[in-house]
Design a protein. Structure first.
Ligand SMILES: [Zn+2]
Length: 93
């Protein structure tokens, strides 16, 4: 267990955002930064194993590991599918 630190979940996105990225979470219009997968609220809703897969493959991608780009893409796709199956209203209590 190395405990690799990844910046994917850092911050709450309070600063103005220049790039409006397509948001992966249905029903959520929160602007997110280009390098971030989702806003803080949506990111926290994603199951831990999916977040780990995204963060881990992102770290490998930064390190230039072969195949990490595709790995990161499929990890994000899995998370987007999860968000589509769990719209924001359901998770709001
Ligand atoms: Zn969101």
């Amino acid at each position: 267990m190395s405990g690799t630190r990844v910046t994917a979940d850092a911050g709450e996105g309070e600063q103005p955002v220049a790039h409006h990225l397509r948001h992966p979470c249905p029903g959520c219009a929160t602007p997110i930064q280009i390098q971030r997968f989702a806003c803080g609220g949506c990111w926290r809703r994603i199951p831990g194993n999916l977040r780990t897969a995204i963060a881990r493959s992102w770290g490998r991608r930064l390190n230039g590991v072969t195949g990490a780009v595709g790995e990161h893409l499929s990890a994000k796709t899995a998370a987007v599918e999860w968000l589509e199956q769990h719209p924001r209203e359901e998770g709001h209590k």
